[in-house]
Each structure stands twice: as C-alpha cells, then as structure tokens.
Design a protein around this ligand. Structure first.
Ligand SMILES: O=c1ccn([C@@H]2O[C@H](COP(=O)(O)OP(=O)(O)O[C@H]3O[C@H](CO)[C@@H](O)[C@H](O)[C@H]3O)[C@@H](O)[C@H]2O)c(=O)[nH]1
Ligand SMILES: C[C@H]1CC[C@@H]2C(C(=O)O)=CO[C@@H](O)[C@@H]21
Length: 476
C-alpha cells in the first residue's frame, strides 16, 4: 500500500516584537484554515499579553492541528522592549533562546518538518541547519527595506557608509542600492546606517541577518508585486524563491470570509494593550473624510517636547484628529501631559490604543500621520488613506521615502519635528492636495485588494507556498 505522504508540521517563530508576532500570527491562522499542523512559538512575555488583551485562545481552538508554545526571550520581565533598547533583544535571543530552541526542536513530536523563522533571527538558520530542518524566512518589512539592508556590504565597499562626520550631507544620493539610484538619499537609509563606524553593533546585526536569507529554502515578504515589483526583481537575483503574499491582513480577512467553518472573530490581535473603542463612537460623530488619524506604532518613543510640537501643529491646523498615545511611549513620563489632554477636547480625541484597521477603514478618516512601520503602511494602503510619514527608526526611513517619492501616497516629514511644518503638512494632506492624494491612494487600494482576493497574485502565491511546504515535508 502506498505510504501516506507525511503531513507537514510547521514551526512558526517570529521575532518577539509585537508587530512581527502579529504578522506571522496572521500567516499561522491561514495555515490553520488550510488544515496544516502548526506550532506557533511566541515569547512568554508577548504570549501572556496576547492572552490578556485578545481572544487568541478561543480564536485558535477551532484549528485542531494548532498549538502555541512559548520560549523565553531572555530579557527581564520589566525590560521595556521598546525604543532603541529593543535592540538588546538580539544578543539575549542568541545567547539565551538559541539553546532552548534547539532542545525544543529535538524534543518536539511529531518532529518539525519546516521552520518559518523571522529573518531577523540569525541563530534560527544555524540551529535548523544543525538539525537538518528546512527553513523558510519571513521578513516583516517591505521589499525596499530588505533590499537596502541587503546592499549594506556594497555601500560600505564603495565608501557610501559610514557617515563621514556629523555635518554629513544627509541629502547625498546613494548609488549602491540597485533600483534606487535616482532618489535614495543618505537620510532615507535604515536608521542603523546613521553611524560613523561600520563595526556599530546594530548595523552589523541587520547587515548579517539579512545576508542569511539566500541560505534558506525561500523568502516570504508581506508585500505585493504591483507595489514593489522593480525591487523584488533585484532581490530575486539573490533569493530566487520569493513569495509575495501581502497585504497579509487582507488575505486573512479574505480567507476567513470564504471559510464557512471558521468562527474566527474579526477582532484585532494587534494588542499588547487594552483596546479603547471609544474612538469608534467619536469617529461616528465626525463629518465624512474629516479626521487625521495619528499613531506611531508599538515601539516608537517620543520626547515630551516632540509631543508638544505635534500637538501645537495639529491644533493650529484646525483639522480634527484622533491621536494614539501608547501608555509607554512618552520618554520620562507616564501618560500624555495633562495640558495636552485638556487642550485637545475641541477637535481632537486622545486614546491609548485603538483597533487600527477598523479606524483606517472608517469613513470619517482622511489621513494618517504615521511612523511608517510596515504594517501601518500596508493597512493605510489597503484602506486608501494618504499618509504623512514621520519615521522613527529601522525600516521606517526608507518606507517613508517610497510613500512620498515612489508611490505618491503622501508626504515625508523625516527628521523634522516642528509645529509649523506639522501644521503645513496636515493642511497639504487634508485640504490643499487632498483630492490628488485620495486619487492615488484609491488606485493603490484597488491593486492591493485585487492581489489579496481569491485568484489574485498574492492569494495564489500563498497557495503555492502551502503546496511547497507540503512537498518539502513529504520528501523529509
Ligand atoms: O493603536 C494602535 C496602533 C497600532 N496598532 C497596530 O500595531 C501594528 C503596528 O505595526 P507597524 O506599523 O509595523 O509598526 P511597529 O509596531 O513599530 O513595527 C515594528 O515592526 C515592523 C515590522 O513588523 C517594522 O516595519 C517597524 O518599523 C517596527 O517598528 C499595526 O498592525 C497596527 O494596526 C493597533 O492595533 N492599534
Ligand atoms: C528590532 C527591530 C530591528 C529591525 C527589525 C525589523 C526588521 O525586520 O528589519 C524591523 O523593525 C523592527 O521590528 C525590528
């Protein structure tokens, strides 16, 4: 009798950072919908907060072949895991988590047939190779950011990195990122490139992890061909097998809607904090397309003076605004300054955490002042909402350049925090150039929805990925 092909057992392991967890959790749920056996490996810290603030366990109970496992990220419980201190996680993972992962893989039964690992974690490829388990990389950033990181060795070789001195010409063009020679400035590079010494720890970490991706069976990117094809063709010269499956949040929604069995709620899993739904009621009282939504993601930290500059610019713009100020996001303070809360009542609404996809889809929202995190950028693209970009760190700098100069979906406020600039850009986006940006955003939103709908390129790529994983497992 023909031996039944082995069914895959996939271990999905994100960088223990909220947005990476949430992206890969969406992929995991799609695998659950496809009936695959999945072990989702989350850090203890993040899993406890997911349990506390979402319906994660009930939501995944319906997938009989799905299990959560947790692992220590090696950081103390009170570590902020935000701002630039987040970079400390890399050493901790490599030192503390690596041996735990190896032992877990040895002990897991049935054995793991394929690891989908966050491409930020170099040690995963090393451990998997030692145990002869195939690895597929998932990188939670844009193709353009990935490609800039991948080109760091060439930039160093050509003397384009590091910074020359602190009076560096931040607007000098970078020529060693193929496909970006005509518009990429030094200031648009990932923030880890703003160093005067190429041995800088963070630069080395990001350079080295990105160079690992060609070692893996394939690379998964949460993007789509219509958005980044020119850059994807460059990446494919180094990583031949790239699966573009984005926008992932839209793919999941599409697949949940067409799955008669799934009882999954559409409630957001993007929660490391209590979601405040008062914003939806407040939005319901605002005129159509009248509100600027303001949020800087799950990691950004702001100085008090920066917060005040944004506040004056928003109030002076005379536009309505919904502003997320995350509980841990103001350096040296707890919540937002009292005078800011008091002075905001007339046209603004302050909240600590919102269901962002729902907010961006609301008819009252006409613009998004964002830090250009990749998930926020994709969510804004899908919702057809133009952006003002104020990048904080990592891949955000290059995302904001593409939003403004390549995709024409908004304005880049990089490296500036001034009330007059905030006021002017808000008025440009919400009044002066509103129709222009809305038209461009609507065109891109249509392309995003087409690719993620059944039969679209991203949808079909994800089906191909599932078939690829099944094939790998049957050959194991
Ligand atoms: O009130 C809020 C604010 C944000 N979000 C969600 O939180 C996520 C934020 O993700 P993202 O926009 O990617 O920003 P970060 O949390 O900062 O993400 C980190 O990880 C990303 C890759 O996953 C990188 O692109 C970013 O630069 C990096 O900072 C999004 O899905 C939002 O929908 C909410 O649900 N409610
Ligand atoms: C901790 C940050 C360093 C880089 C990581 C990342 C990436 O995939 O390059 C994006 O932003 C952050 O989430 C991670």
């Amino acid at each position: 009798m023909e031996e039944k092909p082995k069914s895959p057992h996939i271990l999905i392991f994100p960088l223990p950072c909220q947005s990476h967890v949430n992206s890969m959790l969406k992929l995991a749920e799609i695998f659950g919908l496809a009936g695959l056996k999945v072990t989702f490996l989350n850090s203890k810290h993040n899993h406890e907060r997911l349990i506390r603030y979402t319906d994660i366990h009930d939501r995944f109970l319906q997938y009989s072949e799905f299990q959560f496992k947790t692992i220590s990220d090696g950081l103390p419980a009170d570590h902020p895991r935000a701002g630039d201190r987040l970079m400390e996680i890399f050493d901790s993972l490599s030192l503390n988590t690596r041996p735990l992962l190896k032992q877990m893989l040895i002990d897991t039964s049935p054995p793991v047939s394929c690891i989908i690992g966050d491409a930020c974690m170099e040690f995963v490829v090393d451990v998997a190779t030692e145990l002869e388990i195939p690895v597929i990389h998932f990188r939670a950033i844009s193709a353009c950011s990935f490609w800039a990181y991948f080109s760091i060795p060439e930039m160093i070789q050509a003397g384009e990195l590091p910074m020359k001195a602190y009076d560096e010409d931040m607007d000098r063009l970078i020529t060693k990122v193929p496909g970006m020679e005509t518009f990429l400035r030094f200031r648009d590079l990932p923030s880890f490139c703003r160093v005067s010494d190429v041995t800088d720890r963070d630069l080395q970490v990001l350079k080295n992890v990105t160079q690992q991706s060609p070692r893996t069976h394939a690379l998964i990117l949460n993007t789509f061909e219509d958005l980044e094809e020119p850059i994807l063709s460059h990446i494919r010269t180094k990583c031949p097998k790239v699966y573009t499956i984005g926008p992932l949040h839209l793919q999941l929604k599409t697949r949940l809607a067409s799955n008669v069995i799934s009882s999954s709620s559409q409630k957001s899993l993007n929660s490391l904090w209590e979601v405040d739904r008062s914003c939806i009621e407040w939005l319901g009282k605002q005129p159509v397309r009248s509100v600027l939504y303001v949020s800087f993601g799950s990691i950004t930290l702001l100085k008090r003076e920066q917060l005040i500059e944004f506040w004056h610019g928003l109030v002076d713009s005379k536009q309505r605004f919904l502003w997320v100020i995350r509980p841990d996001s103001v350096i040296g303070e707890g919540d937002a300054p009292a005078e800011l809360v008091e002075g905001t009542k007339e046209r603004g609404h302050l909240v600590s955490w919102v269901p962002q996809e729902e907010v961006l889809a609301h008819q009252a929202v006409a613009g998004f002042l964002t830090h250009s995190g990749w998930n926020s950028t994709l969510e804004s693209i899908v919702a057809g909402v133009p952006m003002i970009c104020w990048p904080y760190f990592a891949d955000q700098q290059i995302n904001s350049r593409f939003v403004s100069e390549v995709w024409n979906l908004g304005l880049d406020m990089k490296d500036v925090c001034d009330r007059n600039v905030v006021e002017k850009m808000v008025n440009d986006l919400m009044v002066e150039r509103k129709e222009e940006f809305m038209r461009a955003a609507d065109r891109m939103a249509t392309m995003a929805r087409t690719t993620a709908n059944e039969g679209g390129p991203s949808y079909c790529n994800l089906d191909r990925l599932i078939d690829d994983i099944k094939m790998m497992s049957s050959l194991a």
